[in-house]
Design a protein around this ligand. Structure first.
Ligand SMILES: CSCCC(=O)C(=O)COP(=O)(O)O
Ligand SMILES: [Mg+2]
Length: 248
């Protein structure tokens, strides 16, 4: 059996398993265009109410912190007033490409219908598809850690151009475990998957995330994919294809 220098794999999505163009040109516009109608239809749903409460808290924290202009959601807003306030905040967050738990949770709910109808079909790099199969054969568990909510991650990998890839994934983590730029999140993930951080390789396109994972003791690879933002000099190993993860 091939001996690889890691026992488990943790993968970022955007810019790593999946082209940034799919996220920015397909998923985000889909959610943006439909958020008002989605909220109007589902306003009273308990899960939507929970997201809106989270959104209101986020907006308050933003206004008291680094974003004094963050659109607010008045505590007494109901009906159409609530929808309009929430949409203004969501559009503002999307313009700033925020990765907040509240925004990501709502986006995931909006994408659900698109995947179900076949309007959304997720793009995953061919070498990712191949690697997932090889790791399954080698019994190396593979996890996702993305800012996208866990339900959104499951939708994406459940509806790819190559079919349902979820059977090849061992689990999912999002920002409810912790921010992706904090080393503690990677320590927590290692603990939750019963691995020493040194035995885990984390692959991402984001240098701050790679630094946080390395600070936690994980092995790292920085994905260089077409369309990814250029990076300053760094000490992480890089890859242009997941094939490299079988060559170490
Ligand atoms: C499955 S969620 C779609 C992508 C997304 O919303 C996002 O924010 C991606 O962030 P990542 O941490 O995967 O770079
Ligand atoms: Mg990414």
């Amino acid at each position: 059996m091939t001996q690889l220098p890691y026992r488990a794999v943790v993968l970022d999505i955007e810019g790593t398993t999946t082209p940034v163009t799919f996220v920015y040109d397909v998923l985000f516009p889909y959610a943006r265009e439909r958020v008002a109608a989605f909220l109007s239809t589902n306003l009273e749903h308990p899960e939507v109410q929970r997201d809106l409460e989270l959104l209101r808290e986020q907006a308050q924290n933003d206004a008291e912190g680094d974003f004094p202009d963050a659109p607010q959601i008045p505590a007494d807003a109901t009906g159409q007033a609530m929808v309009e306030a929430a949409v203004a905040n969501i559009h503002w967050q999307m313009d700033a490409d925020r990765k907040t738990t509240a925004l990501k949770s709502l986006q995931g709910k909006i994408w659900k219908d698109g995947y179900a109808a076949g309007t959304l079909v997720a793009s995953v790099y061919p070498d990712v598809f191949t690697a997932l199969g090889r790791w399954s054969e080698l019994e190396i568990p593979t996890y996702i850690y993305s800012s996208g909510s866990i339900p959104a991650q499951k939708l994406l990998f459940g509806h790819t151009e190559k079919g349902d890839l979820r059977p090849q994934l061992a689990g999912y983590f999002d920002t409810t475990t912790g921010p992706k730029k904090n080393a503690q999140s990677y320590l927590d993930i290692a603990h939750l998957i019963h691995q020493d951080p040194e035995d885990v390789v984390f692959v991402t396109d984001n240098l701050d995330e790679a630094n946080a994972a390395a600070d936690a003791g994980m092995q790292t690879r920085v994905a260089l994919r077409p369309g990814n933002a250029p990076l300053p000099d760094h000490d992480h190993k890089t890859l242009t294809s997941f094939d490299a993860l079988f060559e170490d």
